[in-house]
Design a protein around this ligand. Structure first.
Ligand code: ARG
Length: 461
C-alpha cells in the first residue's frame, strides 16, 4: 500500500477508504472560503517572518505562491477533488507544489482549528456588510414608497379584523423600523466577531512567539481572542448571525403574507408588477405572487439553518470536533437565501402598484368606533362607560344594517346626551387620522416627523 499523501499521513499505514474520504471532505462547500483563507495565510506568513521563523525571502515566496493558488482555484472550472479534504489543506498542498518545501513552513504554530475560525470571521465580515447593504436599500425603497403614497389610507387590522384606519405610509414604515433593528443586530454580530483567533493553535495556544496584535492589525480586526480554548470552540458569532437572519426573514415573511392577501381580487389593495409575478400552466387568467410566496417559504429554510447549527453545537465537547465542520453549509445557505430574498422583496415592493382608492373604499365605518368612544371620554365619561355606549351603538347599526356614518346627530344622542354637533366630524377617516398625531402615531403630521427620523436613520448608515 502506497504511503498516504495527506499532510497528516505520517502516522498512518493505510489510506482512508474512498467512502470515508468523500464523507470527510468539506472542500465541496468550503471552497467559498478560498479568498479569506488565502488572505489569512498571507498575513500569517508575515507574522512568521516578524517572529523570525521564516526569512523575508521565504515569506515573499509564500505570498507569491499563495496568490498563484488563489488565481488557479478561483477558476470556475478548477476541479478540487475530495481527496484534498478541505480548502485549508488544498491551498497548502498546491502552495507546496508551486514553491517547494518552504510551503511546508506556513502552518508552523497554526492549526486548522484556529485557521477555520479565522476564515469564518473574515467571511462573515464581508457577508454581513453585503446583507446590511441590501437591507439599507430596501429601507430606502420603503421610505420612498411612504413618501410617494403619503395620502393613501388603509384599514388597519388586528386579528385580521378591521380595527382602525392607518396611513399606508405608516404601514410601510413599520417594516422600515423592523429592518432598521435587523441591520443593527447584524452590525452587533459583526462587532462581536471582530476578534482575531490565530495564535490559538489547535486549542492551547502556540509555542512560537507570534505577534497576535500584529496579525489582528494586518487582518483588520480590532482585538484578539482572549482565550485559545474559547477561540477554537466558539461558533456563537455564526449562531447569532443565523438568529438575526431568521428574525429578518420573519419580518419579511409577515409582510409577504399581507401583500399576498392584499393582491387578491377580494382585497385588491396592491398589484404586483408582472416582473415579480408568474402565471399558471393551466389557468390563463392567473397572475400569482410567487416572489412573495417564495420569500415566505424560504423563511422556514433559514429557521432550519439556525436550528441545524444550534443542534449540531449543543453536545460538542470542548474544544473542536469534526461535528463543527457542519457549520458551513447552514451559514452559506442562510446568507445566500436572505440575500436573494431581500433583493426580490425589494424589487417586488418597488414595482408594486398601490390602489389607494380601493384601500380607502374598503374601510368600514365601524373602524371609527374608537374615535366616538374617545369623544365621549373628552366630554367627561369614563372610558369603560364610553366603550359600552358605543358598543350599543355598533350593535344597533349592525342590527339595522346601517353604517356608523348613516347616523344623524339625533340618532347618536339617543345613545348619549353628551354627543354634540362636533361628533359628526369624527365619522370621517381623515379626521380620525388627524386625531393621532401623537409621536409614533398614524396622524399625517406624526408620520411626516417619522419620515424625517427615518431619513436620519438611513444617513447614520
Ligand atoms: N474542514 C474543517 C472544518 O471545517 C477544518 C478544521 C479541521 N480541524 C481538524 N482538527 N480536523 O471544520
Amino acid at each position: 500500500m502506497a504511503k498516504v499523501e495527506t499532510p497528516w499521513g505520517g502516522r498512518f499505514g493505510e489510506a482512508p477508504d474512498a467512502l470515508m474520504e468523500r464523507f470527510n471532505a468539506s472542500i465541496g462547500f468550503d471552497r467559498k472560503l478560498l479568498e479569506v483563507d488565502i488572505a489569512g495565510s498571507a498575513a500569517y506568513a508575515r507574522g512568521l517572518e516578524r517572529a523570525g521563523i521564516i526569512s523575508t525571502e521565504e515569506r515573499t515566496q509564500i505570498e507569491v505562491g499563495l496568490e498563484k493558488v488563489r488565481q488557479e482555484f478561483a477558476q470556475p472550472d478548477c476541479d478540487l477533488p475530495a481527496a484534498l479534504e478541505d480548502i485549508h489543506m488544498a491551498v497548502e498542498k498546491r502552495l507546496t507544489e508551486l514553491v517547494g518545501a518552504v510551503g511546508g513552513k506556513l502552518h508552523t504554530g497554526r492549526s486548522r482549528n484556529d485557521q477555520v475560525n479565522l476564515d469564518e470571521r473574515l467571511y462573515l465580515r464581508a457577508a454581513l456588510a453585503a446583507i446590511r447593504g441590501r437591507i439599507h436599500r430596501l429601507q430606502e425603497v420603503l421610505l420612498a414608497s411612504a413618501e410617494r403614497h403619503r395620502d393613501a389610507v388603509l384599514p388597519g387590522y388586528t386579528h385580521v379584523q378591521q380595527a382602525q384606519p392607518v396611513l399606508f405610509a405608516h404601514y410601510a414604515l413599520a417594516l422600515f423600523w423592523m429592518l432598521d433593528r435587523d441591520r443593527g443586530r447584524l452590525a452587533d454580530c459583526g462587532r462581536r466577531a471582530d476578534c482575531m483567533p490565530l495564535g490559538s493553535g489547535a486549542l492551547a495556544g502556540s509555542t512560537f512567539p507570534i505577534d497576535r496584535q500584529f496579525l489582528a492589525r494586518e487582518l483588520g480586526f480590532s482585538a484578539v481572542t482572549p482565550n485559545s480554548i474559547d477561540a477554537v470552540s466558539d461558533r456563537d458569532f455564526l449562531l447569532e448571525t443565523l438568529s438575526a437572519l431568521a428574525i429578518a426573514m420573519m419580518h419579511l415573511s409577515r409582510f409577504c403574507e399581507d401583500l399576498i392577501v392584499w393582491s387578491s381580487a377580494e382585497f385588491g389593495f396592491v398589484e404586483l408588477s408582472d416582473h415579480f409575478s408568474t402565471g399558471s400552466s393551466m389557468m390563463p387568467q392567473k397572475k400569482n405572487p410567487d416572489s412573495l410566496e417564495l420569500v415566505r417559504g424560504k423563511t422556514g429554510r433559514v429557521y432550519g439553518d439556525l436550528v441545524a447549527l444550534l443542534t449540531t453545537m449543543k453536545a460538542v465537547p470542548l474544544t473542536y470536533s469534526k461535528d463543527m465542520q457542519e457549520d458551513k453549509e447552514p451559514l452559506f445557505d442562510a446568507l445566500e437565501t436572505v440575500d436573494s430574498c431581500l433583493e426580490v422583496f425589494t424589487g417586488a415592493w418597488e414595482g408594486m402598484a398601490v390602489r389607494a382608492e380601493r384601500m380607502e373604499a374598503s374601510i368600514d365605518s365601524m373602524a371609527l368606533a374608537t374615535d366616538l368612544a374617545d369623544y365621549l371620554v373628552r366630554r367627561g365619561l369614563p372610558f369603560r362607560e364610553a366603550h359600552r355606549v358605543i358598543g350599543n351603538l355598533v350593535r344597533a347599526a349592525l342590527d339595522s344594517g346601517r353604517a356608523l356614518t348613516d347616523f344623524a346627530l339625533e340618532d347618536l344622542q339617543g345613545f348619549s346626551g353628551d354627543f354634540g354637533e362636533d361628533a359628526l366630524a369624527l365619522l370621517d377617516v381623515r379626521n380620525s387620522l388627524a386625531l393621532r398625531n401623537i409621536e409614533g402615531g398614524t396622524g399625517p403630521e406624526a408620520v411626516a416627523e417619522q419620515m424625517a427620523k427615518a431619513r436620519v436613520a438611513l444617513a447614520a448608515e
